[in-house]
Ligand binder design. Structure first.
Ligand code: IPM
Ligand code: MN
Length: 355
C-alpha cells in the first residue's frame, strides 16, 4: 500500500518523539511491503518564527493532500509567559482541528500489566482499565464567542453546541460502543448547563437507534471522582470539548505516565494522530522524552486510517516487550534502575521489529 503521511513535528519534544515514530513506521513499511511518503510541514512556534502563522495555509494543503497526519506537539514557553502575545502556537492547533474538521478526539486509557505499580493509583483499582474518551473537538467554549467588557474588567467565554455537532460525535460513540462492550457514558453537567441539556436530549434520542447499547448519564464532577476510584468501570465515554480536555489529562496518568497514551482525531477530512502529552519544553535536547505515546499513535494510524491491523499489532507487541524488559525512558524506570534515551528506546523497538 502507498501511504502518504503529513508529518507535523511541531514544538518542544515534538521533533524528538516524531523521529522515533517515523523510524518505527519505516521499519513496519519495509516488513509489510508498504511505501510511506512523508510530507513534513511547519506548525506551532516553529511556523510562527518562519511565516508568522502557527498553522500556515501551506501546511493545511499538505494535510489535505495526505492520507493521514502524524503530529508531535505544540507550545513554547516564550508565548506562555507573554499574555500580550498576539499569535500563539496553540491557536495553530485549534485552527488545524477546525479546518480539518477533526470533531472527534479519540483518547484511550489502558494499563500495561508490566507497569501497574507505576500508577499513582492502587493496582487493584486500575487492573483491567481499558476505556476510551471521545472528546468533541471543534465546538463548545473553545470556539464560542469570547471577549471583554466594562473597560476590560469583565471577561466572558461562551459554550455553544448545535444538535448536529452533538449528534455526529455521539454517533461515533455509539458505533465505538457497539464494537466494544456496548456501554456508553454521556458526561455532562445537565443539572446546570443548557448546552449539557441539549447533549443529554440528543443522546437520549439516539438511544433508540442503538437498542443494544446501555447508556448512562453522569455529571462531569462525579466522573472526575469515579475515574480515579473505579476507572475499570468505564468503557466508552463521550463528552464536550472542555470537559474532555480535563478528564483525559486526568485519565492519562492512570497508566503510569503521561508519555504513554496515544490519540486520534477524526472528522470530515483525513485523521490526525498525536500523543496526548504536550511539548514538555523543559525536556528539549535532553533525550528524556518518552516516545511511546507517539509510537502508539502511529499504531492507531495504521489501524484506523489504513485498516492495517497487523501492522498496528506489531507495534503494540514490541512496545509491550520493551516495557517488560525495562528498556524504558526515565519516567518509567524503577528507582535506581538503568533508563534509556528517547532514541535508544526507538532503536530498541526497531531491533525487536527486525527480529
Ligand atoms: C490538548 C491540549 C490543547 C487543548 C491545548 C494545547 C490547546 O491541552 O490537546 O488537550 O486544550 O485542546
Ligand atoms: Mn489538554
Amino acid at each position: 500500500m502507498d501511504l502518504k503521511i503529513a508529518l507535523l513535528a511541531g514544538d518542544g519534544i515534538g521533533p524528538d518523539v516524531i523521529e522515533q515514530a517515523v523510524k518505527i513506521s519505516n521499519v513496519i513499511a519495509d516488513k509489510f511491503n508498504h511505501i510511506i511518503e512523508w510530507k513534513p510541514a511547519l506548525t506551532g512556534a516553529a511556523a510562527i518564527d518562519a511565516v508568522g502563522d502557527p498553522y500556515p495555509d501551506e501546511t493545511h494543503q499538505v494535510c489535505l493532500a495526505a492520507d493521514a497526519v502524524l503530529f508531535g506537539a505544540i507550545g513554547h514557553p516564550r508565548f506562555d509567559n507573554d499574555p500580550s502575545a498576539k499569535v500563539r502556537p496553540e491557536q495553530g492547533l485549534l485552527k488545524m482541528r477546525k479546518k480539518l474538521g477533526l470533531f472527534a478526539n479519540v483518547r484511550p486509557t489502558f494499563t500495561f500489566p508490566s507497569l501497574l505499580d507505576k500508577s499513582p493509583l492502587k493496582k487493584e483499582r486500575i487492573e483491567g482499565t481499558d476505556l476510551i474518551f471521545l472528546r468533541e473537538l471543534t465546538g463548545g467554549i473553545y470556539f464560542g464567542e469570547r471577549g471583554r467588557k466594562h473597560n476590560g474588567n469583565t471577561a466572558f467565554d461562551t459554550c455553544t453546541y448545535s444538535r448536529i455537532e452533538i449528534e455526529r460525535l455521539a454517533i461515533k460513540g455509539f458505533e465505538l460502543a457497539m464494537n466494544r462492550s456496548k456501554k456508553l457514558c454521556c458526561v455532562d453537567k445537565a443539572n446546570v448547563l443548557e448546552s449539557s441539556r441539549l447533549w443529554r436530549e440528543t443522546v437520549q434520542e439516539l438511544e433508540k437507534d442503538y437498542p443494544e447499547v446501555e447508556v448512562s448519564y453522569e455529571f462531569v464532577d462525579a466522573v472526575a471522582m469515579r475515574l480515579v476510584q473505579w476507572p475499570n468501570s468505564y468503557d466508552v465515554l463521550i463528552t464536550e470539548n472542555l470537559f474532555g480536555d480535563i478528564l483525559t489529562d486526568e485519565a492519562s496518568v492512570i497508566s503510569g505516565s503521561m508519555g504513554l497514551m496515544p490519540s486520534a482525531s477524526i472528522g470530515t477530512e483525513n485523521a490526525l494522530y498525536e500523543p496526548i502529552h504536550g511539548s514538555f519544553p523543559q525536556a528539549v535536547g535532553l533525550g528524556i522524552a518518552n516516545p511511546l505515546a507517539t509510537i502508539l499513535s502511529a499504531a492507531m494510524m495504521f489501524e484506523m486510517s489504513f485498516g492495517l491491523n497487523e501492522e498496528g499489532a506489531a507495534i503494540r507487541r514490541v512496545v509491550n516487550e520493551s516495557l517488560l524488559e525495562g528498556k524504558v525512558t526515565e519516567d518509567l524506570a524503577k528507582k535506581g534502575d538503568k533508563f534509556y534515551s528517547t532514541s535508544e528506546v526507538g532503536d530498541y523497538l526497531v531491533k525487536l521489529l527486525k527480529e
